[in-house]
Design a protein around this ligand. Structure first.
Ligand code: NAD
Length: 304
């Protein structure tokens, strides 16, 4: 992430601030005027749903008629988020690194609501920003990131599959990242953890397709959530929050747009709803094209 930031700052200092004027920004998506409910009667469970992308997705799912069970290790934020989201939301404390917690969250959801239609394995952490060199990687820190970002996801898939396979339907989503598409954007542990997610999804899809269960992942670009702001603050401790948000906005390549929580929530809605009924094993990259190309910036020979 630090490398991405530095590259981004250098590039943006050389060109007009085109991304600042959003001509087709989704403005957080809260102005959605859609009336058709894409998830009417569905039951969804979202890990890491107390904050950021998980909370935004919970809100989008509820707007489309779903009941959402938010699970998170942060009890205070989770309770607050469920209250904010209204009667269609409820909170359950769950640490995704503890398999019995995940099993209990899935079982309780099915007991209360009779089924589980959508399981979104979204909880994640970045881990330490330093040391930058892999030669100094602290293996305990590495394992901690892998336990949350990878083992937690596999555990979520396992327990969702236990109820979705007998039901013969269901949709599982996982959050990867642009840092899992190209290297060098984030610390090694985070990058490695996020690269594994599309692989896990493909492996699980190969079996789950026989049971009518779909599984996909979403790879967002940087969004100004508490997670990103927290880690940026460590890199730029003296910068104001406004400056940090500007920096995150400046990371994109697509003129007139920036990656917002709502963009990820809408990608999740597409995959979770019948709109994505024939999509499985896929990694939906939501990055304004950032990982699709590299602007060469050749040192062209001069005429003289
Ligand atoms: N924000 C971004 O720029 C961005 C970009 C790409 C991918 N992602 C990924 O999106 C996901 C959500 O990130 P976010 O930006 O919304 O962060 P966030 O910090 O706002 O939310 C993450 C949530 O996960 C919870 N969590 C952490 N460890 C947990 C555990 N062991 N058990 C249960 N819950 C736990 C936290 O309490 C928090 O509520 C993460 O997997 C992250 O890696 C984020």
């Amino acid at each position: 992430m630090a490398a991405l930031l530095i590259r981004s700052i250098v590039r943006h200092s050389k060109r007009p601030a085109a991304t600042a004027s959003a001509t087709y920004s989704t403005s957080g998506g809260r102005g959605c005027t859609c009336t058709s409910e894409k998830l009417g009667g569905k039951v969804a469970l979202i890990t890491g749903g107390a904050s950021g992308l998980g909370k935004a997705t919970a809100s989008e799912f509820i707007r489309h008629g779903a009941r959402v069970v938010i699970v998170d290790s942060d009890e205070e934020s989770g309770t607050k988020a469920a209250k904010e989201l209204g009667a269609a939301a409820e909170f359950m404390r769950c640490d995704v690194t503890v398999e019995t917690d995940i099993a209990r969250a899935v079982e309780t959801t099915v007991e209360r609501h009779g089924k589980l239609d959508v399981m979104y394995n979204n909880a994640g952490i970045v881990g330490p920003m330093t040391p930058a060199s892999i030669s100094e990687l602290d293996m305990r820190e590495f394992e901690n990131v892998m336990r949350i970002n990878v083992t937690g996801v596999v555990s979520g898939i396992k327990h969702a599959a236990k109820v979705m396979i007998p039901a013969g339907s269901g949709c599982i989503l996982c959050t990867s990242s642009v840092a899992g598409v190209i290297g060098g954007l984030a610390p090694h542990s985070y990058t490695i953890s996020k690269f594994t997610i599309p692989g896990i999804v493909k492996s699980a899809a190969s079996e789950l397709c026989e049971h009518g269960v779909r599984i996909n992942c979403i790879s967002p670009s940087s969004v100004a959530t508490p997670l990103t702001l927290h880690y940026l603050r460590k890199v730029f401790p003296t910068a104001t929050e406004e400056k940090l948000r500007e920096t995150i906005k400046g990371m994109g390549e697509l003129k007139g747009a920036e990656c917002e929580e709502a963009d990820v929530a809408k990608a999740a809605l597409y995959l979770a709803s019948d709109d994505g009924k024939y999509v499985t094993g896929h990694n939906l990259v939501v990055d304004g094209g950032m990982t699709a190309f590299k602007i060469a910036g050749f040192p062209f020979p001069s005429d003289s």
